[in-house]
Design a protein around this ligand. Structure first.
Ligand SMILES: *[C@@H]1O[C@H](CO)[C@@H](O)[C@H](O)[C@H]1NC(C)=O
Ligand SMILES: *[C@@H]1O[C@H](CO)[C@@H](O)[C@H](O)[C@H]1NC(C)=O
Length: 544
């Protein structure tokens, strides 16, 4: 008996080694340029995030949706099954979709997935690292959920410019409305604002607990997934060390609170260096007459007392203070991002932009209804995605009438596309002559935010630009009666949405598309249409 089992275990040993070797090699491959497969089913559910039951959007039964934890250069194959009663799309906020605007998941590039149907997204997190999100781009679905965290971790061979944190928390913070997404849509369709939100949620809840060990350092990945309001984030008794903003590694400044505007993400390190107890984590709306707050808890594992004492106070309600903070978000020039070369090796400040585009937002009445506009054009989605109209040469969809400087012309409705050339290096000035905060997002890119200022932008404003260590990001805020200036290197061919991240505004027309183009149709410039592309509108009957 004994000898038999001995001989069995010796004969098993080589096999075991092979199995171990296989497991090791498989997990190594998985960490790098591997394929990651997902099937996500979108349904309605009933939850009570603010205490009263309401219809929400679930992904695989979850609210918020499942977190996507990816590694630089992963290939994602994600089959999205729509079980809602309305067409649906997800967009991957900050994923650059290199040469691949086919996968961007907005109505200018993709036909929406009809009810009881599916679409398989195929994209790569090419040369990206950092904290991102995904969310529905259709209708007001984002108001019901369907959003989630999307974290891209480093490849094992690429260092990060800070010690590996002892843990990692993803915080999706956003304002929330008790009104259903359909009623919000109806309100907007009839020309009425959705108004002020009812509350603020962290990860779909009014109160969450984040647990860590005393003496250890944790990463908090904070994204504003709300519809309307900027937020301020702070932790009682603890400092926030900023390390990453939308894919840029920053100078590691320390803050007692941070402003995060709609659609933006930041990553901070927090060291649990206080006496063992629990501490308040507070997020509150910023620059609003009524202030909404949500209070969560940082729990030390060796704590025996609950959080107490005064809540960490919000910063003064002062735009200047916030603008000054924004100017301190800077690139660490010697640090690398997703690739091994230092960020500072790209001398963006030495390049003269070959085009200046000045975009002014406004809130006109058109046919007696509230709309929002960019340079007097209020965008409407076409039935045929712009990308497909371009590909199949379908006339009458794309409207090129938008001007590159603001005018006083009465606003009109059109499907605006601004034509640019591949490898243009452009400057975009966002001029906000309204009294409200703005947040502008560009798909397909990150861009250098070189300047913020009050009043009207003029040529003289250029003298205030940071042309040395401004960071790149995908979403930039513009303060009331102010301007923000960005530089963009148009190295990614495609049809790219430039939109207000404030959802009512993009819904009612504050958006347009940048067509980044080169006459040569080559795979080196842009991937071909995916074979599973959904077709709709005038593209029906064509072949992908
Ligand atoms: C829908 O899902 C099936 C597998 O369930 C897949 O074969 C098909 O390609 C998907 N459709 C699209 C348009 O991606
Ligand atoms: C910049 O990054 C380097 C790593 O390349 C790091 O050692 C240094 O501390 C960082 N500097 C600041 C000010 O964050």
């Amino acid at each position: 008996m004994g000898s038999k089992s001995r001989s069995r275990s010796t004969s098993l040993l080589p096999l075991l080694c092979i199995v171990v070797a296989l497991v090791v090699s498989v997990s190594l491959v998985q960490a790098e340029d591997d394929y990651k497969f997902y099937t996500w089913t979108v349904t309605y559910g009933i939850l009570s995030p603010l205490g009263t039951p309401q219809q929400v959007i679930l992904i695989n039964g979850q609210f918020p949706g499942p977190r996507l934890d990816l590694v630089t250069n992963n290939n994602v194959i994600l089959n999205l099954v729509n079980k809602l009663d309305e067409p649906f799309l997800l967009t991957w906020n900050g994923i650059k979709q290199r040469k691949n605007s086919w996968q961007d998941g907005v109505l200018g590039t993709n036909c929406p997935i009809p009810p009881n149907s599916n679409y398989t997204y195929k994209f790569q997190t090419k040369d990206q690292i950092g904290t991102y999100t995904y969310f529905p781009s259709t209708k007001m679905h984002k108001a019901a959920g369907g959003f989630g965290g999307l974290n891209v971790y480093r490849r094992s061979v690429i260092p990060i410019p800070y010690p590996n944190p002892d843990g990692d928390f993803t915080l999706l913070i956003g304002d929330w409305y008790k009104t259903s997404h359909k009623v919000l849509s109806q309100s907007l369709d009839s020309g009425k604002s959705i108004g002020f939100p009812d509350g603020l949620l962290i990860n779909g809840q009014v109160r969450s607990t984040f647990t860590g060990d005393q003496g250890k350092t944790y990463m908090f990945r904070i994204s504003n997934v709300g519809l309307s309001t900027s937020i301020n984030f702070r932790i009682q008794g603890h400092m926030l060390k900023l390390v990453e903003v939308e894919g840029s590694h920053t100078l590691q400044n320390v803050y007692d609170s941070l402003d995060v505007h709609v659609g933006q993400s930041v990553s901070v390190l927090v060291t649990l260096n206080q006496p063992p107890k629990d501490y308040y984590i507070v997020a509150s709306t910023r620059f609003t007459q009524t202030v909404l707050s949500t209070i969560s808890v940082l729990h030390y594992t060796n704590s025996h007392s609950s959080a107490s004492g005064p809540l960490p106070p919000p910063p003064a309600n002062d735009y200047d203070l916030s603008m000054k903070q924004a100017r301190t978000y800077r690139w660490n020039l010697t640090a690398n991002a997703a690739r091994p070369n230092p960020q500072g090796s790209f001398h963006y400040g030495m390049i003269t932009p070959n085009r200046l585009i000045k975009l002014a937002n406004s809130a006109p009445l058109i046919n007696g209804k509230l709309r929002y506009a960019v340079n007097s054009v209020s965008y409407v989605n076409p039935d045929t995605p712009l990308k497909l109209a371009d590909y199949f040469n379908i006339p009458g969809i794309i409207d090129n009438s938008i001007q590159i400087t603001p005018s006083n012309a009465p606003a009109h409705i059109a499907t605006s596309v601004l034509r640019t050339s591949l490898h243009d290096f452009i400057e975009v000035v966002f001029q906000n002559n309204e009294k409200t905060m703005q947040s502008w997002h560009l798909d397909g890119y990150d861009f250098w935010v070189v300047g913020y200022g009050f009043g009207q932008w003029t040529d003289a404003s250029k003298s205030t630009y940071n042309l040395v260590d401004a960071l790149t990001r995908h979403t930039a805020q513009v303060y009331p009666n102010s301007w923000t200036s960005i530089l963009v290197s148009l190295d990614n061919q495609g049809m790219w949405n430039l939109r207000s991240a404030i959802w009512e505004r993009q819904y009612l027309g504050q958006q347009l598309y940048l067509r980044v183009w080169n006459a040569q149709r080559t795979a080196a410039n842009e991937y071909d249409i995916p074979s599973n592309a959904l077709l709709c509108g005038k593209a029906l009957g064509h072949h992908a």
